[in-house]
Design a protein around this ligand. Sequence first.
Ligand SMILES: [Zn+2]
Length: 348
Amino acid sequence: MNKADITVLENLVNIPGVPGREERVAAFIRSSLSSTCDCQLDNLGNLIAHIPGKGKRVMVVAHMDEVGFMVQRILPSGFLRVERMGGTSLRALPGSRLSLWTSNGCVAGVAGVLPQHLDNHEPISDFSTIYIDIGSSSAEETRTMGVKPGDVLTWDSPLRSLTGSLISGKALDDRLGCYSLIRLTEIIKPEDLQCDLFLLFSVQEESMLTGGITAANSIEPDVIIGIDGTLSFDTPDLEGKQGDIHLGAGPAVKWMDAIRGKMAAYVPNHALTDRVCEIAQAMHIPLQDEVAVGMSTAITPMVYAGRGARSCALSIPIRYHHTPIEMADLQDVEKTIILLKALLTTVL
Ligand SMILES: [Zn+2]
């Protein structure tokens, strides 16, 4: 990955974009896309980039939003109570740094945590005990800083490089997918496409899963390919728990994902998924197998739009999902982009 690509990824990850507030992410992606794309925003904020080609209508999806928080109350003491937007990690919150986005700009904050000396190690189970400290000593001072209920917060955790090709930071889920789609437009020649290609950068995945449905309805794709993160099981606490997916072993091909008890299981098209595996094998791209419980992605409801679509999904393994230190391997991302290009230059 060259320096310009790293800069694009850094910017993508650092821009705030909680569910329903994805405009800045969409504007950045639009400015980064190759001129071969015809871009449109729908009324919900979904960004659709069209690269005309012959054949079936194929839609590749990555979601722009990230988990975060919303200011619920300003306490008389100036501290803030917040509510979660999406499945933000409660365990990772106390002691973390946050960025609070107000109409006056960004305010730095931290999530309060007990000093070790006074900590009797009660489990964190009650979200209402969490408070945000922005250094203000009264509600009036907080309001003077431009803060009001409805303002949103994201993790303050810029992208870092670790050893080898590992990176860590917030919002890798699913800005790595958005990044993959941007890079795809740079390396794919429209004349090589074996489809009429739509890239969908969708909204409101983390809160509803359903934000991209409006775009799917207007595009009416024959085929949907999802690009999102998946759970990685290569840390000492998770090893062997649900699967063997680990960083650096290539993208995962999805066989199923499900949120238990929520009627949100997703099973991709079997023949299409087999075809993805064949193409990957022919290109010597290693694939991992994903059968994930506890998560789903933006394409789950989209396959039911219009006349229905055949679908498949490639997943980028990510450790520490929905925390400020999400971790991924750039080599998995590169392999995802190469495989995606191969899929779109083949008749699916
Ligand atoms: Zn995601």
